[in-house]
Design a protein around this ligand. Structure first.
Ligand code: AMP
Length: 542
């Protein structure tokens, strides 16, 4: 016997219609790339999202066709979130911090047909458009009078003229909730970047879960600042949860320095903010230097990299702000665990509570996790035994876009590439990473790319890239190099060799010349052994 409830597909268009109908006068505040502050309301987002949908229909863009963005967090980007996905197309948010070559590769792989970009990224678009023949429309996210006339970018229109003449009504289509809604490429895997392809269903379920009290605890009383970029896993799903709860949204644009973020937090009386540790480091540094205080901020979610204990302390002790440590992945939409205390922990002394807060947290309902040993057997939840962390749930990938990399699942579970313990209360703590990548300031650097470039130098016999702890960036890459017999290359020459081949911030901080790189029985480089050998090494930039 089936239940007799209405069978309505879970669609992203319902989020924006809800926000319009029930929170229409709720504010959206954006710092624009021009530097000024833009204000409007959820009803305006809905109206203009409908215009976006009409503009895409006008181009005869088909169901599931891809529309890409190269954009900061801002109101026009928000309109695209709802207009593109709501009308049945797939929003492809591209990370502008990647090298132009990687951006072109990603845009071609996704078969993007439209690219919407902030004017900050015009030079990037100028560098890639000739390599992206599939893109038939470029849309600059600006007013008509700011559109450059001699940019050299073909089929370029301003966003305002693109949507300006479009009707403000639109009948959102109904379709299978499992249809693709948005996509995000991750470099946190080996080989070429791979895309997680989210669905309407996974996005809505994640939006519900993210708003729960033990997750982000979002409500119509909150003023929310997503510092985490909308090009990185949909800003942790905040735009969707914001429409669902009707909270006020505050967008920082591209100004992520301590002063700009602090000013916005205070002016807009932000109660909840989310970002990677590096951004908060800049904010706390600015506040300390200038003796500043928060007047409204209550909670902040910090994730993407391990949150340093000193940061949790500084937020709690000096500012009375609760830090919620979070863990997730692009492949997980991204939220997996969040660290909040249980009732029985409330009576614990602060030092004991701190030990819990440092963990990455408990699984959110919808995410199941386990740790497994080398033999694939599940390991005990004792807080000491560590193993490979595997996850499953309705907002976790079952396959990458176009089947890249083959079947990623192991017995139905997604192996995260993180190594963790889980304690008897279900709190997970990351202890290491088994995947061969480095995360600097919340962004991935492929150690393989760095090694391949070094190996292309005529004087290099072997190269191994490892991440080193860094107080600001969490990790920075260095490359250990064995020179070819009788050949020479200096540190400076090798670092220069990286120029133009990868993004500047991905270039290793240092070159360490070694006699040999430790190898395992199968000839694989033993990075753990190399890291042990380099344990006394100090980064020049740290
Ligand atoms: P991304 O797909 O770029 O969001 O990166 C996901 C990866 O970032 C995870 O698999 C972890 O390796 C790392 N990560 C995310 N959050 C945390 C955290 N709170 N602590 C430690 N590592 C984290």
């Amino acid at each position: 016997m089936l239940g007799l409830m209405q069978n309505q597909p879970l669609l992203i268009s319902s989020l924006i219609e809800h926000a319009d109908r029930h929170h229409g006068d709720g504010e959206i505040v954006s710092r624009r790339v021009e530097g000024d502050i833009h204000r409007y309301r959820w009803s305006d987002v809905a109206r203009r999202a409908r215009q976006v949908a009409n503009a895409l229909d006008g181009m005869q863009l088909l169901f599931s066709d891809r529309v890409a963005t190269l954009a900061w967090n801002g109101y026009r980007h928000l309109e695209l979130y709802f207009g593109v996905s709501g009308s049945g197309r797939v929003l492809h948010t591209i990370n502008p911090r990647l090298h132009p070559e990687q951006i072109a590769w990603i845009a071609n792989h996704a078969e993007d047909q439209v690219l919407c970009f902030d004017m900050t990224f015009l030079p990037l678009v100028q560098a890639v458009h000739a390599r992206c023949p599939g893109i038939r429309q470029y849309v600059a996210l600006c007013d008509e009078d700011r559109l450059p006339r001699d940019s050299g970018v073909p089929n370029l229109v301003s966003y305002e003229s693109w949507i300006g003449g479009q009707p403000t009504t639109y009948a959102w289509p109904s379709f299978d909730e499992n249809s693709a809604s948005s996509m995000c490429y991750t470099s946190g895997t080996t080989g070429n970047p791979k895309a997680a392809l989210y669905s309407h269903r996974s996005t809505i379920l994640h939006a519900y879960a993210a708003a729960l009290p033990d997750v982000m605890s979002l409500s119509a009383r909150d003023s929310v600042l997503p510092v985490v970029p909308m090009f990185h896993v949909n800003a942790w799903g905040i735009p969707y949860s914001a429409a669902l709860t009707g909270c006020k949204l505050v967008f920082p644009g591209g100004a992520l320095d301590g002063k700009s973020v602090y000013d916005l937090v205070e002016q807009e009386q932000v109660t909840f903010a989310a970002g990677v540790p590096t951004v908060w480091q800049m904010l706390l540094g600015h506040m300390k230097q200038n003796g500043l205080r928060f007047t409204a901020l209550k909670r902040t979610v910090i994730g993407g990299s391990a949150c340093p204990p000193a940061m949790i302390d500084a937020f709690r002790e000096e500012h009375g702000v609760d830090v919620l440590h979070a863990w997730g992945m692009t492949e997980m939409s991204p939220l997996g665990t969040l660290c909040t205390l249980k009732n029985k922990h409330l009576a614990l002394p602060p030092a004991e509570q701190m030990k819990i807060r440092l963990k990455q947290g408990r699984a959110i309902f919808g995410v199941d996790m386990k740790i497994v040993g080398d033999d694939g057997q599940e390991l005990p939840w004792d807080g000491k035994t560590y193993g490979d962390l595997h996850v499953k749930g309705p907002w976790i990938v079952r396959e990458y876009f176009k089947g890249e990399g083959g079947d990623p699942l192991v017995n139905g579970w997604f192996p995260t590439g993180d190594v963790a313990t889980i304690d008897a209360d279900g709190y997970m703590q990351i202890t290491d990473r088994s995947k061969d990548v480095i995360k600097s300031g919340g962004e991935w650097i492929s150690s393989i790319d760095i090694e391949n470039i070094a190996m292309a130098h005529p004087a290099v016999q072997m190269a191994a890239c490892v991440g080193m702890r860094h107080p600001k960036w969490d990790e920075r890459p260095i490359v250990a190099v064995v020179k070819k017999p009788g050949m020479d290359v200096s540190r400076e020459e090798l670092l220069k060799f990286y120029e133009g081949k990868i993004a500047k911030w991905q270039v290793p901080d240092d070159v360490v010349f070694v006699e040999a790189i430790p190898l395992g029985a199968t000839g694989k480089m033993l990075k753990t052994r190399l890291r042990e050998q380099l344990k006394d090494y100090k980064l020049p930039s740290a």
